[in-house]
Design a protein around this ligand. Structure first.
Ligand code: TRP
Length: 452
């Protein structure tokens, strides 16, 4: 059975490939675009601290649990959860993890593709020299003009969704692995160059203090909910993406260390992106709380004024697009893998799922222009979709996963799969997963319900 399943979706070819693929999934718009802007909206330091705590106490433990479940059954999250629920005799409710995950995937992919489309559009703009010598007002105006044009946004949304579909349709192994091996290190190098540049700006220290000085008076209930939600979003947790990738992981690989690597790299990239962006924000008198446009308004100012800015800027936005691409693939994978297990061809499954998400994405496109005034509970279509997925569906998925692995799987069954050598670390992880993660998520969740 498991051998056959193994053949069905393929398996990562080497020890490092899972790390690469999982990091490719984790590092994306969440780190470069979303983390800085939500940090800006939520007042900075205290938010960052809560976010780091959520990564450590909920994100990493749940990630380990997800990969474990995936590797144990080697099927799509929907079928993995169905099988595990039956095997352990857990309430049927836990099957819902797989279904809710697939639905979250549709929702997230729909808006993710629109935002990634912005990055694609910016590649061309920067390459054409549109930002040379630009100031904060000019950059803000260029961003505003982009949002005001639904046709342009739709074109790039379409291009991105198509690119995503092509890779998924071909299967996960070849194209993706090879590409990521080159690109992830390149992204790292480019961020270091930008970081070096940001050190020379007058606003660097102000940005640094904004990110790392804890002022708890700025922390609202909503900020805590957003921090928890983002810790799931940025690590691709709570909806089965990492579970699906775990299903393709070689059986002899030790899980613990692998997952720590992914969590560490993802967090570092987000923090570095934050330092770069806030240095530019404060150097140019921009508002940290200016919302989803923060990266798209601030970075072009830097590229417009630094030596070689056209070159670095073009390469940077290409890398952002690629980071988004490798993430988008993982968002769709759970649903596609499930359809394939149903006997639908991979190409057809991908086409269907991407088309559906594409249509839903038009709602996000319009929420920045034609529909900007239509609000659901005070939020635009895009904001609502983002809020429901990150702050409700992903944490709920994570909560159920923590309870399932923590309370319904036997310690022996887990150990057998984990191949973890260190007994103490195992005990700490299991304790956190059983007691700390679920309680923390549930508390934040219950408090946050008042916000909906
Ligand atoms: N983690 C990715 C990012 O930060 C986005 C992502 C990929 C994701 N797969 C996911 C988010 C699954 C939630 C669930 O950009």
């Amino acid at each position: 059975m498991s051998e056959q399943k193994r053949g069905m979706h393929g398996i990562w070819s080497g020890r490092w490939t899972f790390i690469l693929a999982a990091t490719g999934s984790a590092v994306g718009l969440g780190n470069l675009w979303k983390f800085p802007y939500i940090t800006g909206e939520n007042g900075g330091g205290a938010f960052v601290l809560v976010y780091l705590a959520c990564i450590l106490l909920a994100g990493i433990p749940v990630m380990l649990a997800e990969v474990l479940l995936g590797r144990k059954e080697r099927m799509s999250p929907i079928n993995t959860m169905a099988a595990m629920t039956d095997k352990t005799g857990a309430p049927k409710l836990f099957r819902g993890i797989g279904w809710m995950g697939a639905l979250s995937g549709f929702f997230i992919l729909s808006f993710y593709s629109v935002i990634a489309g912005w990055a694609l559009l910016y590649v061309g703009k920067i390459a054409a020299g549109a930002f040379v010598g630009i100031d904060a007002d000019g950059s803000g105006a260029a961003f505003g003009a982009m949002l005001a044009d639904p046709v342009g946004l739709t074109i790039w949304h379409t291009v991105f969704m198509f690119l995503t579909g092509v890779v998924i349709a071909r299967g996960v192994n070849k194209g993706l692995e090879a590409t990521l091996k080159v690109l992830m290190p390149l992204l790292f190098v480019l961020m270091l160059i930008l970081f070096g540049y940001s050190l020379t700006t007058p606003g660097f220290m102000q940005g640094f203090h904004f990110l790392f000085d804890f002022d708890f008076s700025k922390l609202s209930t909503e900020s805590v909910v957003v921090a928890l939600g983002h810790s799931f979003f940025t690590l691709s947790l709570g909806m089965g993406a990492i579970m699906a990738y775990g299903a393709y992981m070689p059986g002899d690989q030790s899980l613990g260390r692998t997952i720590l690597w992914v969590g560490f790299l993802d967090t570092m990239i987000a923090l570095v992106a934050g330092m770069i962006i806030f240095a530019i924000v404060f150097s140019n008198g921009l508002e940290p709380s200016s919302g989803p446009g923060l990266m798209f308004v601030s970075l072009p100012i830097a590229f417009g004024s630094m030596p070689g800015g056209i070159f670095f800027g073009t390469v940077f936005f290409i890398l952002v697009s690629i980071a988004a691409w490798s993430s988008a693939i993982s968002i769709a994978e759970p649903a596609v893998a499930w359809a394939v297990e149903k006997g639908i061809s991979r190409v057809k499954a991908t086409a269907g799922i991407c088309s559906f998400a594409w249509v839903l994405g038009l709602g996000t496109v319009l929420s920045f222009n034609e529909w900007a005034d239509y609000k659901i509970f005070g939020k635009t279509f895009f904001d609502s979709l983002d809020f429901i997925t990150s702050n409700v569906m992903l944490p709920l998925g994570g909560l159920l996963i923590a309870i399932f692995v923590g309370w319904f799987m036997s310690s022996d069954a887990i150990k057998d799969e984990m191949k973890m050598k260190n007994e103490t670390l195992f005990s700490i992880w299991r304790f956190v997963l059983r007691f700390i993660s679920p309680v923390a998520i549930a508390l934040i969740f219950i408090n946050g319900l008042g916000l909906i």
